[in-house]
Every structure is written in structure tokens, then in C-alpha cells.
Design a protein around this ligand. Sequence first.
Ligand code: MG
Length: 206
Amino acid sequence: MIKAILFDLDGTLYKSEIIRRKFAEAAYNTIAKLKNISLEKAQLLIEERREELQKKRGSAVPYTLTLLSFGIPIAQWHKENIAFFDPREYLVEDKNLKKILAELKRRYRLAILTNNNTVQAERILEALNLNGVFDRVFTYNTFKLLKPDPEFFKKAAAQLNAKPTECLVVGDRYCIDLNPAKELGMHILEVIGPLDIYNLGSGLDF
Ligand SMILES: [Mg+2]
């Protein structure tokens, strides 16, 4: 029986081309600054690395993991993207999402499990008007762990007082969100954005 639902944040609870672009620009900016190169060069470097990593892994690689592959400390990347853009300028409330999450909350413990940092995650939840909806918001800062590390999933489940088999993980990326969860015995649901979450209440028959 499912007791807890863990939602990925970016690309799962909202879909925004502007924010995707802002993350990309923040990443270019970070590399340009640290390596003292032009923005154009930084962009080329990062996109080439993303392509390499994608070929190796078989799926698209997020900017956070791409930057880590350059040896950029994650705390620095988070500091840069927090300063570079505020998602509240680009996101608006999603009434359908809020409604379904409120319904799910009556039956399940709800949590966010994101590689994003706490500042950006809180800004995003505020913009979507989802403050207070989640029992827990697990970010990189919570345990200093990143998906797909299975420890991140295990620790989150433990804090929700749920066994892995009692968790459902909802996310938009197999390699980051779903494969590690599945290996731990968690239930998984692939979505391509919030539209797939609107009908989740009736579809949950675990
Ligand atoms: Mg995602």
C-alpha cells in the first residue's frame, strides 16, 4: 500500500521553457566566470559535455550533473543560480495541480525530492502557490545528496516513515528519478509535466 508520494520538482510539477533556459544560462555564466572564458565558449563547452554524457547514459543530463562533471562545487553552482534568476518572475499558480495535490494529501504523505537547492525550490513552490502542501521538501541541502544516489531516496522515505515499497516516486526522468527508485522497490510514475498529475487521484490503485 502506498503511504507516501515523492514528487520531483523541475519538469514534473511545472514545465517552463523560460526556466529551463534560465538554468542553462546560469550554468554558462558559472563556467564562464570560473574558467575566465567568454559566455559563448562556456555555452559550447557545457553543451558538448551534455551531449557526451547523454550518449553515455542514454538520456538527457541536467545542468547540475553536467557542472559537477567539470568539478564545480555544488554549493557554488547553487549560489550562482540563486543570484542569476528568480523563478517567481516566470511561474504562476496552477489551480488544477493544487486541487489534485490537496486531494492526495488526504490519503498520502506528500514530499518533494529535488536536486535543486532549498532557496530555488521554495521560490518555485511559492510561485505555484503550493506552500504548505508538502509534508516535507527534500532538496540537495537536506542531506547533501543528489538523485540518482539511492541514499537520497532511502533517507527521504525513512523520514516519511515509509518503507521503500510504500513509496511512489513521480518524475520526468528515468535516469534521475525513476530507475533508482525502482531498484529500491519503490513504485514509479513517469510524467512529462503537471498535466499527467491532474488525473493521478483516480489512477492510484495501489
Ligand atoms: Mg525533473
